[in-house]
Design a protein around this ligand. Sequence first.
Ligand code: 1HN
Length: 354
Amino acid sequence: MTAPSRTPSAEQLNARKAFYDQIGKQHLAPLWERVSGLVTRSPQPAARPVHWKYSSVRAHLLQAGSLLSAEEAERRVLIFENPGLPGQSRITGSLFSGLQLLMPGEKAHAHRHTASALRVFLEGSSAYTSVDGERTMMSRGDFVITPCWTWHDHGNDGADPVIWLDGLDVPIVNLFDTSFSEGNEASQIPISRPEHDSEARYAGALLPDGHKAHSMSSPLLNYRYAPARENLAEMQRNGPIDPCHGVKLRYTNPLTGGSVMPTMSAALQLIAAGSRTAPYRSTDGTVFVVLEGKGHSKVADSSFDWAENDVFVAPSWALQQHRAESEAVLFSFSDRAAQEKLGIWREQRDASAS
Ligand code: 1HN
């Protein structure tokens, strides 16, 4: 037990203040003045719940398309910037996200960086991304990964604008001061493997005999929407339905069963028309992308009415509850993979109790 503390006199407080000023010049600070802000009872994210309507972001993105080329921009992306983290290019405390536009015929130059990236394809056709010599054509809802330090370039060979969502672990890489990046002489990396080769090898419940993992990321480049969507529909028919999530599938590295990349996790869930999920929270600030349906979410004190392609954020430990007006499919991603490796990830499934 600590002895009851006496209230310090004005004189004592002045003496302490003078002391803090004095040691501050030596780059020292008193923990006892800081500890409550450093070690909080529960997460206190600066990131706020936030919702972007696709129709308005899309209009701005197309406007960007008329103002500069993909070549000039290198990546023509409008950043989702969390209003609790102004000017920091972060959608949550640990993640970057934005929407990328490629106009017909445009290409995005090859480069690589230590940040890992993921993409969720939203709109357009005949677009590809190429990762370390394998090209994959992307369709709506496809989930594509670009692991750390892999060469990647993109292109739109179709007749319409192409839009996808990018998610990167840039704030994590920068927290550790480990950002490296480089461009390539070639604007496109030569294709060294047949298109969709990784799907042939890794997308079934089979693996190449004798294969050994040589990376911490999944060898599968493109997780197709169509089969995942069918799986959700069947799970929905067969049950059971999870009270907090509806039916939910996590994307995994087929070699390990773990997350697709070391820092980021992704999932796909279906919420039946007219149903409502139970209050839930977890420590991984999560970005939701609406792939199908219309609905409503409560995140902490905020309420969002969402529709197809909208994006919304549930910050760390914020209570979340979703209601689907029509059958809804939500893609989501977060830094859960990193938190689990560090042993600090938590969830609360009966979250209304507290
Ligand atoms: C990046 O390389 C891409 O390759 C997209 O498409 C968004 C945001 C920050 C840093 C690098 C891409 C990015 C990015």
